[in-house]
Structure formats: structure tokens, C-alpha cells
Design a protein around this ligand. Structure first.
Ligand SMILES: N[C@@H](CCC(=O)N[C@@H](CS)C(=O)NCC(=O)O)C(=O)O
Length: 228
């Protein structure tokens, strides 16, 4: 007998880091889900009908469409075990705050790869380095995750951030975490986490590099010509 179709559909884009965090939470909780990719350059009507801001991800349930990745993650946390947030309210508040920091970091990542010239690339890089130094001070000493041995929602948020560093390094922008040993440890642990690996398709690194190439800014200019 065939397995029943999953009750949840994650409306996705192959490169979206916010989709990845929702997918990681679903995978960590062992919740079956289907994916439906959308072309964000030509948004179809069915997508605009379920996504008031025209953004991925959206989680389609049997009753409603939930948009905004943090809200999707909180809904999944309330409806499925095992818990990814810590039990104490104050600690939970701290985790939610660092998830928000993760979104701000993604905005800086966007600024970096979209920088139009060398000076702004340098400035965005400095901003990103500053955020990484702030995180280093916040990380559990022993690790390997944000707050120790238990994987949390903050880890789901930062796994996609570290993935960008892999691509930036391919473009010659290296040395991001050289003086940040806890961040290095965290990055390695997240790269090895099955949920983080399964949150993207096998060709994600090539697709991300191809996307960065199309941005047309300073980083794209520094990339090696595409192999044909
Ligand atoms: N705050 C949103 C951000 C989502 C977001 O920016 N998604 C991007 C793709 S990674 C998007 O859909 N962009 C399309 C657009 O803005 O038109 C969330 O956390 O879900």
C-alpha cells in the first residue's frame, strides 16, 4: 500500500535560506511534508493567493496557509515533538531573539553578495564579521551547537547562513571565522547535521554559485568565469 500524501506542503524556492530553516525544523521533528517550488521571478497566482507578502516559505496545512518562516517554525514547535526550544521561558526568549539576529545576518549576507563595488563589498564584509564576532561571544563554550549538545531552533536558522560562506570561499572571499573557534566548531557541526544536509537539493552549491554570478555586483566580477 502507498503511504498517504503528507498533510503539509512547504512552498519553497531552491535557494531560499528561510525555506531551509522551516525544512530543517520539519526534518528534525520527523514530520512528513511535500515541497512545491515556486519561480519567484514569475510568481504564479496560486502562490500570491497563499503568500500575502509574495515570499517563500509558506506552509500549506489542511486548514490554512502559514507564512513567515519564524511563525512556521513556532507553529511546528507547538504541534510536534521533540521540542527544539529550551524549556525555561527566559532561555526560550533568548533563543527567539537570536533567531531574529539570524534574519538580520541574512540581510547582511544579501548586502554582501549584492554589493555594487569593492568599497561596499568591504563594508558589508566588515558588518558580517562583526555579527560573527557577536555570535562567538554568545555561543556555548563546549558546543557544538548554539547552546550545547542539544540542537535548537537557532541552529536551524544559522545552518543556511554558514552555507553562504562555502560559496563565498569559492569566490575567493576566505578567512571568515579564522579568529572565531566556537563559530568554526558550530559551522562544522551544522554542516554534518542530516537535517541541514537534506534541507537543500544535491545541486544547491552549483545553483547558488550560478545565482551569485547573476547578481552582477563586485562579488560576481571576482568569480572565475563559468565552466561550460
Ligand atoms: N521574513 C520572511 C523572509 C522570506 C524571504 O525574504 N523570502 C525570499 C526568498 S529567500 C522571497 O520570497 N523573496 C521574494 C520577494 O521578496 O519578492 C521569512 O522569514 O519568511
Amino acid at each position: 500500500m502507498n503511504a498517504p500524501a503528507p498533510a503539509l506542503t512547504l512552498v519553497s524556492h531552491a535557494l531560499c535560506p528561510y525555506v531551509q530553516r522551516a525544512a530543517i525544523v520539519l526534518l528534525e521533528k520527523g514530520v512528513p511534508f511535500a515541497r512545491r517550488d515556486v519561480d519567484l521571478a514569475a510568481k504564479p497566482d496560486w502562490f500570491l493567493a497563499v503568500s500575502p507578502l509574495g515570499k517563500t516559505p509558506v506552509l500549506l496545512t489542511e486548514d490554512t496557509a502559514v507564512f513567515e518562516s519564524a511563525v512556521i517554525c513556532e507553529y511546528l514547535e507547538e504541534t510536534n515533538g521533540p521540542p527544539l526550544h529550551p524549556p525555561r521561558p527566559l532561555e526560550r526568549a533568548r533563543h527567539r531573539a537570536w533567531m531574529e539576529f539570524g534574519s538580520a545576518t541574512l540581510a547582511t549576507v544579501w548586502g554582501f553578495y549584492s554589493a555594487p563595488d569593492a568599497a561596499s563589498l568591504q563594508a558589508r564584509r566588515a558588518e558580517l564579521q562583526q555579527r560573527f564576532a557577536q555570535l562567538e561571544a554568545e555561543l556555548d563554550e563546549a558546543g557544538p551547537y548554539f547552546s550545547g549538545t542539544r540542537f535548537s531552533m537557532v541552529d536551524a536558522v544559522f545552518a543556511p547562513v554558514f552555507r553562504y560562506l562555502d560559496a563565498f570561499e569559492e569566490c575567493g572571499e576566505t578567512g571568515w571565522l579564522d579568529t572565531l573557534p566556537r563559530m568554526q566548531h558550530w559551522r562544522t557541526a551544522l554542516a554534518a547535521r542530516p537535517s541541514a544536509q537534506q534541507a537543500v537539493a544535491a545541486d544547491y552549491p552549483q545553483r547558488l554559485l550560478a545565482f551569485l554570478r547573476t547578481r552582477g555586483g563586485e562579488l560576481a566580477r571576482r568569480m572565475e568565469p563559468a565552466q561550460v
